[in-house]
Design a protein around this ligand. Structure first.
Ligand SMILES: [Zn+2]
Length: 439
């Protein structure tokens, strides 16, 4: 029942498993305890793994009867990002239910989905007939900081426990025009640090010195002048068709040369359209100098670079060298943490089941899209397990509203979206692992 999902969602919000990126944060063991109680009356195999003290993940598996049937994984994270509590209208960890909306950090990203996933697994476990294939809840720690203490660790240390042949996770269910968007791909990340040098000296006698801070400024200006080329991938056409009603505007968007002239007319979707149509480069952290009176000999510029499927590490370095041109001389490129872009094929039975289920539950067709950001789904794609975003948000949830709501103040989700998502998920589960419920 969707009331169970709403109750579970509120309970998970109240555990406040805030992940700051510090290994000692998170405390997902508290949310795991909530789930253990939720499954207490269900005949399901529960395993709890702790990657580090407090950094717990829970795996709940309902075994199927047919070894040849698919094993469907439902991957939800338990951690949430920090809050600025003063800017919230309500307690961010109160889990209040007001006027049909559940308030709290993580309500959208992604505790509502984790709760719906848990409900579906419990329903299948309690059904009179076992499913054909395995249905597995993977409620994991540390997604918000890259999964080192969550899915990444589980894949390395306990691959048998989390073995599935296909998976659903975040993100999906946002309305894209008259369509419902489902993530089937994600951009990658290829962080770089540019080390820029100069000639240090005393700031009281600057003649003959060359400030690395000034050189960093020159490099930054150069990066701001040139933009990586537009690359329209295989999902672009479907996005334009779903979202852009004006045929002339749509035509310009399909032309890589004219696309950027159209961005200004796209309103709230412009940022997304820009991000998924190219590699993006955002300078984020600058460092130069230690003391007020010393001309720095070295400066660093950290770049957050998001790549497209197929962009290699070498290609990123070449792109930077090209952009810097003459100024590349003396600039050293260091590699920061990253991960490749990932995509799952859409000519796949799980994606077909998701499309059918979402359309049946909402009346709206699905449009497969690429996410500009990253999620744990990429880790499954990385080992060849097809993974898609999931969700079915109510009609008012445009892509822009979704983007505004995640990681923001006053994060909240309507009960109707929880109900719709559970409805659609039951259909997917029935189609893929053939449970007896809902029939
Ligand atoms: Zn998330």
């Amino acid at each position: 029942m969707s009331e169970d999902a709403v109750g579970l969602l509120r309970a998970l919000i109240r555990e406040a498993c805030v992940n700051t990126g510090d290994p000692a944060s998170g405390g997902e063991i508290r949310a795991v305890r909530v789930l253990q109680r939720f499954f207490a009356d269900a005949p399901v195999e529960i395993q709890v793994f702790e990657a580090a003290p407090g950094r717990a993940s829970l795996i709940a598996r309902v075994p199927g009867t047919d070894p040849a049937a698919p094993s469907l994984g439902l991957l939800g994270h338990l951690d949430v990002v920090p809050v600025d509590a003063e800017r919230w209208t309500r307690d961010p960890f109160g889990g209040d239910l007001v006027d049909g909306e559940v308030w709290g950090r993580g309500a959208v990203d992604m505790l509502y989905l984790t709760a719906v996933f848990a409900c579906a697994v419990r329903e299948v476990a309690l059904a009179p007939n076992p499913p054909r294939g395995d249905l597995v809840l993977l409620a994991v720690a540390d997604e918000e900081a890259g999964g080192e203490y969550g899915l990444k660790w589980l894949l390395r240390e306990h691959p048998e426990a989390i073995r599935v042949t296909e998976a659903l996770s975040e993100t999906g269910g946002m309305r894209m025009g008259g369509h419902v968007a489902i993530d089937v791909a994600e951009k990658g990340s290829a962080g770089r640090r540019l080390v820029v040098r100069g000639r240090p000296g005393h700031a009281s006698i600057p003649f003959g010195a060359e400030s690395a801070a000034v050189n960093a400024g020159i490099v930054l200006q150069r990066l701001a002048l040139v933009e990586p080329a537009v690359e329209l991938g295989p999902l672009w056409d479907a996005f334009v068709a779903a979202r852009i009603a004006d045929p002339l505007l749509a035509e310009r968007m399909r032309d890589p040369v004219r696309l950027d002239t159209a961005l200004g007319e796209l309103g709230g979707i412009a940022g997304y359209a820009h991000a998924i149509s190219r590699v993006t480069i955002s300078p984020t952290v600058l460092r130069a100098g230690q003391a007020h009176n010393v001309i720095p000999g070295e400066a660093t510029i950290d770049l957050d670079i998001r790549t497209l499927p197929g962009t290699t590490d070498e290609a990123v370095d070449e792109l930077l060298l090209d952009m810097l041109g003459d100024d590349a001389e003396g600039v050293e490129i260091q590699h920061l943490r990253g991960w490749p872009a990932s995509e799952s094929p859409i000519d796949n039975p799980l994606f077909a089941a998701v499309s059918r289920a979402v359309e049946q539950a909402s009346g709206a067709p699905v449009v497969p899209i690429m996410a500009a950001g990253g999620s744990d789904a990429r880790l499954f794609r990385g080992i060849g397990v097809p993974a898609y975003g999931f969700g079915l948000l109510s009609a008012g949830w445009s892509y822009e509203r979704y983007r505004e709501m995640i990681h923001s103040h006053d994060e909240r989700i309507d009960v109707e979206s929880v109900r719709l998502t559970l409805d659609a998920l039951r259909r997917v589960v029935a189609a893929r692992v053939g449970s007896a419920f809902g029939a």
